[in-house]
Every structure is written in C-alpha cells, then in structure tokens.
Design a protein around this ligand. Structure first.
Ligand code: CP3
Length: 327
C-alpha cells in the first residue's frame, strides 16, 4: 500500500515545512516515515520512503517534486548532449539511503523491507517531458524518431536503476520492486523492442546469477499494463503487479507459468462503504488463488483522502480471509 503515508496525519506532521525530496535525504526522517504505516496496519512488509526520482537528483538532474503535481525537471533531457548529465549512480551519491535501510532492517526485526526504483520508460518520460504527462507524446516521439538516442537514454536509466536497487539490497532490503508506472502507454510491439531489453537487463542484474545467495524476490509493476503483462513477466521478475483493470484470474492466463501476481484492488474502492470494500477484497483474494502465488495489494498507490481506519480494517480482512481454506 505505497504512499499510505499521504493519508496519515502523523506523516503530514513530520513532513511539515520539509520539501519532499529533502525529506528523502534525511535518514531519521526516511526511517520514521517508513515505519509510520506499520504502527497502524498489520502489513506483511514495509516499503522504503523515497521516490523514483531520488537517484536522478543524486546524479545531478535538476528535478523537484511539486506538491499535487509530481516530479518536475527544469531542463528536460532531449539530445545526445543532454545524456551526459545522466552519469552512473555510485553508493556515495546516496549515503542516506544506505543508512536508512540499515537502520530500518534493525527496527523491523525480521519484517521485510521492500526497496524500489523507477522503471526506464517512466523515468524517461519525466526527463523528456520535463514533468508529468498524460500522453507521453514527446517521450514517444523520441522513441519512434531517434531509436539510437532512445536506447542510449534507457541504457543509462537501467544502469542507474540497477545501481540504486543493488545499494538497497546490499544495505538489507529483502525484496525489490521496479515501478514502470507509465509504461502502459506503449503497445506490446513497441514494449518488446524499445523497453524490454532494458528491463531484462535490470532484473538479470538483481537475479541469482548476478547476486547469488544475496539475490532477493523481484517485483515489476505498471499501470494500465493489461496488454503488456506477458512481456513484463518475460522481463524476468518473480512477481508481476497488476492494476485493477483486469481481474487476477485473467492476468494468470497472460503471464507465463512460474510467476506470482501482486494486486489488484482499485484504490478508489476504499472510498466506498465497507460492505463494498469487503466484497471486492474477497473477490480479489478468490481470483488470486488461481495464481501460483499472490501478494494482496492495491492496484496503485493509496489515495490521500483514504480513511486510515479503512486501511487497518482491510489489512485484517486480508489476513483472516487468506488464512481460510476456500470451500
Ligand atoms: O509509501 C511510500 O511512501 C513509499 C514511497 C514512494 C513514494 N513514491 C513516496 C512519495 C514510492 C514507492 C514512490 C514511487 C513513485 N513516485 C512512483 C511509482 C509508484 C506508483 O505509484 O506507480 C511514481 C510515478 C512517482 C513519482 C511521484 N512522486 C508522483 C507522481 C508523486 C505524487 C505527486 C502528488 O503530490 O500528487 C510523487 C510524490 C510522492 N512520492 C509522495 C510520496 C509520499 C507525495 C508527496 C507529498 O507527501 O508531498
């Protein structure tokens, strides 16, 4: 339930007067905000408080997160020369992440911490558009019109993701998630040629061939990716995230065997009366039973207006329901 913090008064309180990206560079604040939802909800894992643009800022990109808007980049990346601004990420660029993950692993006492990074299409979109975009037109124009530049850009972003994820795994993260949130904007054919090689490289670099006994479960998520789920599975993650647009039993048919699924309750359902939430959550669990493995989650982040009491109730319902043997 990422961004659960946004619905919590204690989150808004500790963040008061501190810009989003600055709060991601203060280890004590990262630790505190990561732990806040766990004090209220009996969730099975914590997700690190950070953002997908943190490593971009760490290598010197002039990115900021504007409240209610999202990541904004003063000077967009659109030419071969601009690419030079995307240098590789080193552990020394993000000491606060290493420190916070280490502290969290101790605090969590065995409860897993999920580390994460932004996927190559999603980060490319923020860099090329200069901010959030509905249709990702400039990004796709680059993808179609300048394939060499496109692959050079995604290659650099994949390298940054690999480095950011490995830093978190070395510090003790128990699983990693790649958020290619906006990749649902492309067709399967374009995904295969323009994006898949880069996501494959990321998951291979975090897998057991590369990290041996230090490897951790890998999750791959995007929004509106119903038509891409098969290819996203091919990219190599162990778990494929599904938004709410297709039911999990249909997702099972689209993803190759050997993978678990994650999802997929529509976050807006949490604004409905409890009876509706209960019925829909039970339906997600029932359909999830058709998968080889299922991690119950929302199909996207928690909406800021969600009642935290409802999140607590939902967490308890999911535990009770999944412990039950189906009739
Ligand atoms: O639960 C957590 O807090 C986990 C940490 C987390 C954040 N961002 C913190 C955050 C995670 C996993 C992310 C990932 C992220 N960031 C994604 C991919 C995840 C997804 O939901 O698909 C994307 C696309 C971003 C970029 C981004 N950052 C957006 C679109 C926004 C929202 C802007 C807004 O205010 O509407 C952010 C800001 C952001 N990242 C917030 C948080 C808690 C809210 C900032 C605030 O509290 O002011």
């Amino acid at each position: 339930m990422r961004q659960a913090g946004r619905s919590l008064p204690e989150y808004r309180k500790v963040r008061e007067g501190i810009p989003m990206l600055e709060s991601c560079t203060r280890p004590e604040l990262i630790t505190e905000i990561t732990l806040q939802p766990l004090r209220r909800f009996d969730v099975d894992a914590a997700i690190l408080f950070s953002d997908i643009v943190v490593p971009l800022r760490a290598v010197g990109i002039d990115v900021d997160i504007k409240a209610g808007i999202g990541p904004v980049i003063e000077t967009p990346v659109r030419s071969a020369r601009d690419l030079e601004r995307l240098r590789p990420l080193e552990p020394d660029d993000v000491p606060y992440v290493t420190e916070a993950v280490g502290a969290l692993v101790t605090e969590l006492g065995g409860r897993p911490l999920i580390g994460f990074a932004g996927g190559p299409f999603t980060l490319a979109s923020y860099l090329v558009e200069g901010g959030p975009s509905k249709n990702h037109d400039k990004t796709k124009a680059l993808m179609y019109g300048h394939p060499e530049l496109w692959h050079a850009l995604l290659g650099r972003l994949a390298g940054i993701a690999i480095s950011f994820l490995r830093i978190q795994v070395s510090a003790g993260a128990a699983a990693i998630q790649l958020f290619d949130s906006w990749v649902g904007a492309v067709s399967p054919d374009d995904y295969r040629h323009a994006i898949l090689p880069h996501t494959k490289r990321i998951f291979a670099a975090l897998g057991s061939h590369a990290l041996g006994d230090d490897s951790v479960p890998r999750i791959h998520f995007g929004v509106g990716t119903g038509e891409l789920l098969g290819l996203m599975g091919e990219a190599g993650a162990d778990v494929v995230g599904v938004d709410w647009r297709i039911p999990l039993d249909e997702a099972v048919r689209r993803v190759e065997p050997g993978k678990a699924l994650q999802g997929n309750l529509d976050p807006s359902i949490l604004l409905a009366p409890w009876e509706v939430i209960e019925e829909r959550a039970k339906d997600v669990i029932a359909r999830g039973r058709t998968a080889e493995g299922h991690v119950f989650n929302l199909g996207h982040g928690v909406l800021p207006e969600t009642d935290p009491g409802v999140l607590a109730r939902l967490t308890d319902l999911v535990h009770a329901e999944s412990a039950r043997t189906p009739a």
